[in-house]
Design a protein. Structure first.
Length: 168
């Protein structure tokens, strides 16, 4: 972790990328947001792991290649535009990642999350880029609603806070 944190301090991110917290992965930091995890896993970990394991063979090389398949899939799935070639590249990367997980960790079965990731190509093909229908938009609203103090009086808050024009 120290090596990753050190590399993070030396990495200049574009202005449109929110930096991950320097102390991620510690109990003091707590949970990371999905965006923090995306930045850590698609920017910071590849920088450090490629540098650390660049000359390694065997299992470390297999782990790095498998992780980079995941990074490639995540980056392709999160692009602001999509094309049939991009969807094909996503599917190749995510299927290679899933096969790699089965090979590298045969004692651990694939999880439902892995299965769901195998279907994102279909979603991209049918509905276009993920940002247009992703959960982040809904998560912001859910976060707002969770912060609303209703004093255990469900419905009362909204009755008094919002008025609706009559439809005459």
């Amino acid at each position: 972790m120290e090596v990753v944190w050190s590399d993070m301090k030396k990495t200049q991110l574009p202005s449109w990328i929110s930096p991950a917290p320097q102390n991620w992965g510690t109990p003091a930091r707590g949970k990371l947001s999905a965006d923090n995890w995306r930045v850590v896993c698609t920017i910071h970990l590849p920088i450090t792991l490629i540098w650390l394991w660049r000359d390694q063979g065997g299992r470390k090389r297999q782990l790095l290649e498998n992780f980079m398949d995941l990074v490639t899939a995540v980056r392709l799935a999160n692009m602001r535009v999509s094309s049939p070639d991009q969807v094909d590249a996503y599917e190749k990367s995510i299927f290679r990642y899933a096969r790699g997980i089965q090979t590298l960790f045969p004692q651990h079965p694939l999880r439902p999350l892995h299965h769901g990731a195998l279907h994102i190509g279909d979603v991209l093909r049918r509905f276009g880029p993920v940002h247009s229908h992703g959960a982040a938009h809904y998560e912001r609203h859910i976060g707002f609603l969770r912060r609303v103090n209703i004093n255990n009086k469900v419905g009362v808050y909204f009755q008094h806070r919002f008025t609706f024009a009559s439809l005459d």
